[in-house]
Unconditional design. Structure first.
Length: 595
């Protein structure tokens, strides 16, 4: 299959290697998603199949209308977007006051500097899908990004990996831990970045290689980091810059109109008691009975809303006739109240209630006329699991639609592969095939390099997992873990060079360059989109140009198991390579457009 877009970028399809360099396919752990994409009844009985006409989804949504946003609510939402520079998104807000408007939504916590890449992919895919549904149905469809800034998982949100000049990963979370002061279990919208901003800007300047887009990228980050800088504000400002020509509305659960509109849901949750978590458990049993792994496990006596106390996002736990207000990390009881008083308390102090993972989509779909949710594979699975919760609350669910899976390939990586004479090998056989070609059939050298790389990736991932588990309680350990990961990578790189010199002195430098390509494409043996910040490519392509490139690649996009590889080029031009799932017929490639 071959096509060409208006930027003269060439699209080709090829087989996605089943296990390139030890990296599993992005959907290997998500059987429900894979079978849903294949249209198997076992999966589509749990989640509605993708419908090109959107007729049934619109009929279902129209039969469960929501109250359009009032002028005052639209004013608050517009002010939120304009305050973070999302002028283009704010211009879409008036449509939410019209009864026939539909919404396509996606969301994510405000991760540091809009990292990793899949966050941008979700936003662009949401815009593309909204435009497609509007074209097909003739209805007004607006895209919306739910900025989950109530989240209190600092360890997860602070991760921001960039690929530095040396070709190694650098995690900017270390700077945030070292120079920031964040209260444990406080919501992300309260996390201040002003003390860290100069260090983040300096790190990006130091690590981002020279290139035509470098100054524009640095300027965009500098503007996002202006005071007052919080995780929420920096995220929204930078994402607004990326999405300036692909407008999308930002919304955060802390906004007053959302807190007010969720009041009835909070009251229902209190009155239902353990029924909500029983519905979650029933959903888990249903998934298991179909052979799928549940994503959510809830304790029956824990409510599905957090409660804000002195800046801490606390759990509400039913214990006999008392409600315990617990610190979510330490599990210590901060205060308590009689069970009989909780409902009255919610009616008086509704601004203090924050939805958890179960209630967030319920609130979203109760407030907005949502027709689809662009979801990652884990989100897709838990949305399938909680469909019975929707029934319990009488809310119409949006249809989960799997987001695209994208890998960016820099010009440097492509040139390296071409210089090694391994470009076509990469397209057909992945990175594992490239190693085979470089070692020219030397089985001993090839096996040595593969095993060394496998051990390195395993060790790096285990260090990252252990670090994430510990740094939530002991943030200072983040620095130690980052240094250790750096030393491990450096030591193994030197060992690899010595091995290559012994086996093949003439080509060890080529293999060294290849290792940098490995780190770019499969950092820590994981899909690139789940690790690397899009800023890693900011020396080569400007933020807004990257968004346009993604949008062009996603024209008439459909949910697919096929990871998309976009090979960057000069300016806004690129080659996009749509890979086929393992096992499908391979499409021959004879050449690729040179730029």
């Amino acid at each position: 299959m071959k096509s060409r877009n208006e930027n003269n970028s060439e699209c080709r399809e090829f087989e996605f290697p089943e296990n390139p360099v030890g990296m599993p396919h992005p959907l290997d752990s998500y059987k429900l998603v894979r079978e849903w994409l294949e249209g198997k009844p076992n999966a589509t009985s749990l989640v509605p199949p993708y419908d090109l006409t959107w007729a049934s989804a619109i009929e279902q949504r129209d039969s469960h209308p929501v109250i359009p946003l009032s002028a005052q609510e639209r004013e608050e939402l517009s002010a939120f977007n304009l305050g973070y520079g999302n002028v283009a998104g704010a211009a879409l807000v008036p449509a939410l006051g019209e009864k026939d408007t539909l919404v396509v939504v996606t969301g994510q916590q405000p991760n540091l500097l809009v990292s990793p890449l899949f966050i941008l992919v979700k936003a662009v895919a949401t815009v593309a899908l909204a435009e497609e549904i509007s074209r097909v149905t003739g209805r007004r469809v607006v895209p919306l990004f739910w900025v989950a800034s109530d989240d209190h998982d600092f360890t997860e949100l602070a991760q921001c990996y960039i690929l530095g000049r040396s070709g190694t990963l650098r995690n900017l979370a270390v700077l945030v831990v070292r120079h920031g002061a964040f209260s444990e279990a406080s919501p992300a919208y309260a996390w201040q970045l002003d003390p860290v901003a100069p260090h983040l800007a300096a790190a990006l300047r130091g690590e981002l290689p020279s290139g035509g887009a470098r100054s524009a990228t640095i300027d965009a980050v500098d503007k996002a980091l202006v005071s007052p800088a919080t995780f929420e504000s920096v995220f929204c400002r930078l994402l607004a810059h990326y999405m300036e020509h692909s407008p999308i509305i930002f919304v955060a659960p802390r906004l007053r109109f959302l807190r007010e509109r969720q009041r009835l849901l909070v009251e229902q949750e209190i009155e239902l008691g353990e029924q909500t978590n029983k519905a979650v458990a029933e959903g888990a049993k249903l998934l298991s009975s179909h052979g799928y792994k549940p994503q959510i496990h809830r304790q029956a006596h824990v409510f599905n809303f957090f409660y804000m106390v002195d800046g801490v996002r606390c759990r509400l736990v039913q214990k006999g006739r008392r409600i315990l207000v617990e610190h979510p990390g330490k599990k210590t009881v901060l205060t308590e109240l009689p069970s009989a008083d909780l409902l009255a308390h919610a009616q008086r102090h509704w601004m203090n209630f924050s939805p958890n993972v179960v209630m967030r989509p319920i609130v979203q779909d109760a407030v907005f006329p949502t027709i689809a949710y662009v979801a990652g594979p884990a989100e897709f699975t838990y949305l399938a699991q909680i469909r019975r919760v929707y029934d319990l609350f009488g809310v119409c669910p949006s249809n989960p639609i799997l987001r695209p899976m994208v890998t960016l390939l820099s010009t440097g990586a492509r040139v390296t592969l071409q210089r090694l004479g391994a470009w076509e090998t990469f397209l057909h056989d992945g990175l594992g095939g490239v190693v085979e070609k470089i070692v020219e059939g030397d089985e001993k050298l090839g096996e040595t390099l593969r095993r060394l790389r496998q051990h390195e990736d395993t060790l790096q991932m285990e260090l990252a997992t252990l670090g994430n588990a510990l740094t939530g309680s002991f943030p200072d350990l983040a620095i130690a873990f980052e240094k250790t990961r750096h030393h491990v990578a450096s030591g193994l790189r030197k060992l690899r060079q010595r091995i290559l010199r012994q086996f093949r002195p003439s080509s060890w430098d080529l293999c060294r360059d290849l290792c940098s390509v490995f780190t770019e494409i499969a950092p820590m043996a994981s899909p690139q989109e789940r690790v690397l910040s899009p800023l890693s490519f900011g020396y080569e392509i400007e933020p807004q140009s990257l968004t346009l490139l993604l949008k062009e690649a996603l024209v008439k996009w459909r949910p697919s198991p096929n990871p998309l590889i976009l090979a960057l080029g000069s300016g806004n031009r690129s080659n996009s390579l749509q890979s086929k799932a393992a096992g499908l017929k391979k499409t021959p490639l004879s050449s690729i457009e040179k730029e």
